[in-house]
Design a protein around this ligand. Structure first.
Ligand code: NAD
Length: 252
């Protein structure tokens, strides 16, 4: 079968591990040249190495998505190196605390979560979009089921992901007539470093959290990657401003 994205350029933030890494590899398998960005250089270079080893093209750019100068550099280097940008998956994120009620929630943790999860997506879209408008490409933002439904003890994370949902819809609306599509994915629990404390059998929260996933299992990073590629593909040509749960039935 002909690869979906031959000749296209795809950028993935937070591409050094988990869902971002799986998506970078999936874009490359479909023929895209991939820009992998992350704060963690060694792990990001490893994603690039895996892509090149499989015969693909990739570039690592060290980036903290909460810093405007870093994000501008990320996009400038992408254009200098590959000449264009077709797709961006704005995925980088942190969890903050899921054990702390509002009255004890640390202000610096709030700032970190909002700066990375919410402002990071704002900055990424702001600097990617001028180039994606030229290629008539697509953006996929990383929301979460935590952007559609709240829970206790993680106020900054829920706020940040609800913010990503609102921002995705607002920007999709603004640019809907200009040939770009802007959507988000909303995973429930996916087995990555971020969730390693709750996805191990025998931990106190494992059974309680698993019970909220009707399919009776947690998701894999590749299952989110598949949805991101679908949203960038021509098969999703009439979808914009959509928030797509990848959740084993969590939102039913
Ligand atoms: P992960 O910890 O494996 O990946 C997070 C990635 O973001 C890493 O590459 C990390 O280096 C990068 N990152 C963190 N802060 C950064 C910053 N300031 N600048 C640039 N890169 C930064 O975890 P993951 O589960 O793959 O998480 C990826 C995204 O998916 C996050 O936005 C997370 O909120 C979201 N998400 C995860 C789940 C889940 O269950 N794992 C569910 C819903 C949403």
């Amino acid at each position: 079968m002909t690869p979906l994205f031959t000749g296209k350029i795809a950028l993935v933030t937070g591409g050094s591990s988990g869902i971002g890494k799986a998506t970078a590899l999936a874009f490359a398998q479909q023929g895209a040249k991939v820009v992998v960005t992350s704060r963690r250089e060694e792990e990001g270079q490893n994603t690039v190495h895996l892509i090149k080893e499989a015969g693909g093209e990739a570039l690592f750019i060290k980036t903290d998505v909460s810093k405007s100068a870093d994000v501008q550099n990320m996009v400038n280097q992408t254009i200098d190196h590959f000449g264009a940008l077709d797709f961006a998956f704005n995925n980088a994120g942190i969890s903050g605390s899921f054990l702390t009620p509002l009255l004890s929630y640390d202000e610096s943790t709030w700032d970190d979560v909002i700066d990375i999860n919410l402002k990071g997506v704002f900055l990424s879209m702001k600097y990617e979009l001028p180039h994606i408008l030229k290629t008539k490409g697509a953006i996929v933002n990383m929301a979460s089921t935590a952007g559609l439904k709240a829970g206790a003890m993680g106020v900054a994370y829920y706020a940040s992901k609800h913010g990503v949902v609102g921002m995705t819809k607002a920007v999709a609306f603004e640019y809907a007539t200009q040939g770009v599509r802007i959507n988000a994915v909303a995973p429930a629990i996916i087995e990555t470093d971020m969730t390693s404390d709750v996805t191990v059998k025998g931990t106190p929260v494992y059974d309680r959290i698993l019970a909220r996933h009707p399919m009776g299992r947690f998701g894999q990073p590749e299952e989110v990657a598949n949805a991101v590629l679908f949203l960038c593909s021509p098969a999703a040509s009439y979808m914009t401003g959509h928030i797509l749960p990848i959740d084993g039935g969590f939102m039913i």
